[in-house]
Structures are given as C-alpha cells and as structure tokens.
Design a binder for this molecule. Structure first.
Ligand code: PLP
Length: 387
C-alpha cells in the first residue's frame, strides 16, 4: 500500500464490535481482566490505550519503523527519548535548532549531567571532530528551523553508526510524506505532531518512532515510566489530521514555492530560504533524500524597522507562533520561537532581527501572495517615514 492509503485507512476496520469507520475515543483509564493472569492487551491507559494504539501504529507504519509512541507534546517526546541517556553522556545536535529543544537541553537536562555540542551538521568533518568517547547520539533537524539548512541524513547516520552513536532525526518539518529518516539509516524519529501531522492548529502532540526491537523496548519502558503520554481525545484528533496529510502537504508545498519565488522579486526582501528553490545550497541533498520540500519559507527584510509594520499589515496571514496548519502563519523567531537562545548565538547562526518565518497554509496562493506584497509595500513606506 502507498503511504496515502495507509494514512487514510488508519483505524478503519479496527472496531470489530460496531464497525465504526472512525475509530472511537476510549476514555477508560482502567480495563477489566477476563481472569487471573489474563489481559485484553489493555490494563491501564498510561501503558496502552486503544485509541492511542491506532495512532502509534499509523505513525510507525508511515515512517517505516518498528514502534510508535504518542506523547503529550513534541517536547515531551524529545524529553522521553533523552531518558535513553545517563549522567556524563554527550550528544551532538544541529546548530540551528528549534528554540524549545535548545532550552530543554541547556536549562533542564544539562542540570542532570547531559552534555550537548551544537554543530553545523552540513559540515561532516566538524561532526566527526566533535565526537568524543562519551558521545552517545546525534540529533539532526533538517531542514533546520528557521534557516532551512539541509543536512545529509545518510552521511551523518553512516558516520554515527561507525562511531557507535544513535542517530535521532526531528522530522517535524518534512513529515513522513516527504522524508523517511529511518530508511536513510536513522534509529529514531521525533515529531511535533502539533504541526503538519495534526495540521489544523488545534492539537498539541508529540510522536516517537523507533527502529529495532531492543531500542523499541527501551523507549516503550521510558514512555510508560515517564508517563508524558497523549490523551485519547488528542490521539483521535491527530489520527483525523493525518488522514489528509498527503493532500495538505502537496498544497503547502506548491503554495510555498510560489510564495518563495514572489518574495524573492520584492525590493523589501534581501534573502529567501526555501529548499525547493534550485539555487538553495541544500537543494541537491534535499532532492536526493526527500521527495519534496514542504511548506516552510524564511526570509529577511531589508531593515529591522520593517518587521513591525509588515506584521501589522498582514490581513490573511496571522502573526502567530507555530506552523504546519492549514492556516498560514508568520513567526518572528527573534522574539518568539528562538527567544530563549542567547542573542549572540542567534546572530551567529543567522537568526537575526530581520528574519521572518512563514508557514504557508493551504489557502489560494494568489490571496497569500497578495497579502504578503501589500504588507511588504506598507513596511517599506513605514520604514521610509521613520528614517
Ligand atoms: C514545535 C516543534 C517542537 C516542539 O513541539 P511541541 O509540540 O510544541 O512541544 C520540536 N521540534 C520542532 C522542529 C518543532 O517545530
């Protein structure tokens, strides 16, 4: 079966009692045992829940993994996976990273004795050079957030394997529709299900997919022991969203490409970052390791004074944090998603105060382009008045 079919069919035919096409939400936290030593497969909802199981099997199948785990948020999923590591262990992490992940590592997990090095993983020599005897894993975000830098997953995973490290990929931006890191040699995939998988800006969720029986068992133990599991209603919402993933991703992508091209022509814009533009430095690697480019576009305006007027003049696109939903959103990383990254590091990686990030939704592309152009024009006028 193709991925589109698998996603649409998630949960169908699973409720053998009623035949419900949409698999029901099981709110029960406790499950009656038929007799001593017997179980229906469900005992207590933290350990396993029927609605959650439909979701976990769907994401595991979509990512071509062996097991899936649904968590309360993307951050809960990352935190759960970090339970694989012990005091003194070292991890190598993408330099341009989701701000919340950086905050978890630097302000929480570093206090537990985990160590993190932030490396530009496009540079394979820099990656190999950062490996120490106590290094246990590499965490890749590709494309990076928000600069859309592309890391070669197979190359990094190959070096990691030879050095005995686990390869973990945050696949939130691409989704399994466009990119399947486990097939490229990764061991674990992470998702913020809040983004494209949910797709409607209405559910907070995280997912983990593992490859191999031993690793799957370890994560199963951590998932149940830590208990940051996803509630059944949210599992149902996520399954519903995932059924239309393929349709939405195609539209996100075609809209994003049109938006990126138009932004590039505008005099108020100096740089556009979209891996689907054929002069993007990561275009070739992206075309090799993924089947698409997704719907995230970042760009820099000419002057930081344009940012305020630009955001205030947007009519259709909402100035809001998050991404991956059907509604287009625009984020200002410097004060929103990346506010917890020290300014010096932010500027060093290129997340400057002229950078804006667009999550291009599935509206009509002409309306989105019109909205962007009128807001950019207004921002130039406002900037001119100010000078
Ligand atoms: C949003 C996001 C997260 C965190 O997920 P939450 O669901 O908000 O906890 C992690 N990684 C990436 C790439 C994200 O975009």
């Amino acid at each position: 079966m193709h991925l589109e079919t698998k996603l649409v069919q998630a949960g169908v035919g699973r409720d053998t009692i009623t035949g419900a096409v949409s698999f029901p939400v099981y709110y029960a936290t406790a499950y009656r045992h038929p007799s001593l030593g017997q179980s229906t497969g469900y005992d207590y909802t933290r350990t396993a829940n029927p609605t959650r199981k439909v979701l976990e099997e769907a994401i595991a199948e979509a990512e071509c993994g062996d097991a899936g785990f649904a968590c309360a948020s993307g951050m809960a999923a990352i935190h759960t996976v970090m339970g694989l590591f012990s005091q003194g262990d070292h991890l190598i992490v993408s330099l341009d990273l989701y701000g919340g992940t950086y905050r978890l590592f630097e302000q929480v997990l570093s206090r537990y004795g985990l160590q993190f090095s932030y490396v530009d993983l496009r540079d394979l020599q820099a990656f190999a050079g950062a490996i120490r005897p106590e290094t246990k894993a590499v965490l890749i975000e590709t494309p990076t957030n928000p600069l859309m830098q592309i890391t070669d997953i197979a190359c990094v995973a190959g070096i990691a394997k030879r050095s005995g490290l686990l390869t973990i990929v945050d696949n939130t931006f691409m989704t399994p529709y466009y990119q399947r890191p486990l097939e490229l040699g990764a061991d674990l995939v992470l998702h913020s299900g809040t983004k494209y998988l949910g797709g409607h800006n209405d559910v907070l969720a995280g997912l983990i997919v593992t490859k191999g029986a031993e690793l799957s068992e370890k994560v199963r133990f951590l998932h149940n022991s830590i208990g940051a599991t996803l509630g059944p209603q949210d599992c149902w919402l996520l399954v519903r969203g995932m059924k239309t993933l393929a349709l939405r991703m195609e539209r996100h992508q075609s809209n994003a490409l049109q938006v990126a091209r138009k932004l590039r022509e505008h005099p108020a814009v100096t740089d556009v970052f979209y891996p689907g533009l054929d002069d993007h430095p990561g275009y070739e690697i992206q075309s090799k390791q993924a089947t698409g480019y997704s719907g995230m576009v970042s760009f820099r305006v000419r002057f930081s004074a344009q940012v305020g007027p630009f955001l205030e003049n947007l009519r259709i696109i909402s100035f809001a944090e998050s991404l991956g939903g059907v509604e287009s959103l625009c984020t200002y990383p410097a004060t929103q998603t990346h506010a917890d990254i020290p300014q010096k590091i932010r500027e060093y990686v290129g997340v400057c105060d002229r950078l804006l990030r667009l999550s291009v939704g599935v509206e009509h592309p002409d309306d989105l382009i019109h909205d962007l152009i009128q807001a950019l024009d207004a921002s130039l006028v406002a900037e001119g008045c100010r000078r």
